[in-house]
Design a protein around this ligand. Structure first.
Ligand code: NAD
Length: 264
């Protein structure tokens, strides 16, 4: 029997078969969860339906997190389908492409800063606000971050600041919802070539640097992130909340890699 048997999970952010959310959806379905997938706009609706069909009977609902009305409509639609929710996965980020070029200070603008923070961080709180009433029996919420929240990374720019805000969001949401039996956690994943990551210049070099630096000597897969997500959202992780868990092959633990030392 899967360790998520009987759990109902709402998963945002499946845009392609490379999406981290797709890895999470597959792991959760394998462990027995029933799923609903949300999609950002009509253009992605057909794809979402195709992915949902691959998972069996998953339902799909439109949800553009930039609109409170859209979040409310999504919740109403979800409430018609399920009387409660156990798991929310927030796998959403966006910054205008020009913000992810060159040096942070040259690229950052007031509007780009606002958009990146609103879509990539506030939206987690907005979804939590809307869906907590469907988690009256407790549950788990999860989001996806990156080490650019803590350290400057080339081309990550304003997204790093938005991820720092998102990680703080995890801690404050955990505090706000702990009394309701709802756990809130984040995964800081290593770089993976997805649609969102493709916008970052130098991604190829970044992936190569992980191979040289991370103790595992390689990057990570969406399946590995998915398996950790499934664990964190399951009752196996009932004592864990407010945490950011790294799934990055150990990259964050290294000062200087022996592989670099050997080469010099
Ligand atoms: N790929 C990586 O290297 C990496 C590493 C660490 C963390 N992450 C994070 O993982 C999460 C998922 O990204 P991904 O890499 O799987 O890329 P992806 O492009 O597959 O997913 C990003 C998702 O965000 C959704 N989105 C953007 N704006 C939205 C809006 N207004 N409303 C609703 N949905 C919206 C897109 O539709 C898409 O499904 C993001 O938070 C990303 O920052 C990615």
């Amino acid at each position: 029997m899967g360790f998520l048997k009987g759990k109902r999970a709402l998963i945002t952010g499946v845009a392609s078969n490379r999406s981290i959310a797709w890895g999470i959806a597959q792991s959760m379905a394998r462990e027995g969860a029933e799923l609903v997938l949300t999609y950002e706009n009509d253009k992605l609706g057909g794809r979402a339906e195709k992915f949902a069909a691959e998972l069996g009977s998953a339902k799909t609902i439109l949800c553009d997190v930039s609109q409170d009305s859209n979040i409310a409509e999504m919740k109403d639609e979800l409430a018609k389908h399920w009387d409660h929710l156990d798991i929310l996965v927030h796998s959403i980020a966006y910054a205008p492409r020009e913000e992810l070029e060159g040096m942070y200070l040259d690229a950052v603008t007031r509007e780009g800063f606002r958009t990146a923070h609103e879509i990539s961080s506030y939206s987690f709180a907005a979804l939590a606000k809307s869906l907590r009433s469907m988690m009256a029996e407790g549950g788990a919420m999860l989001t996806l971050s990156y080490i650019g929240a803590e350290r400057s990374m080339p081309g990550y720019n304003v997204m790093g600041l938005a991820k720092a805000s998102l990680e703080a969001n995890v801690r404050y949401l955990a505090q706000s919802l702990g009394g309701e039996g709802i756990r809130v956690n984040g995964i800081s994943a290593g770089p993976i070539k997805t649609l969102a990551a493709a916008g970052i210049k130098g991604l190829k070099q970044m992936l190569q640097f992980y191979e040289v630096t991370a103790p595992l000597g390689r990057g990570v897969t969406t399946e590995e992130v998915g398996n950790t997500a499934a664990f964190l959202c399951s009752d196996l992780a009932s004592g864990i909340t407010g945490e950011i868990t790294y799934v990055d092959g150990g990259f964050n633990t290294v000062g200087i890699s022996p592989r670099i030392a050997e080469e010099t």
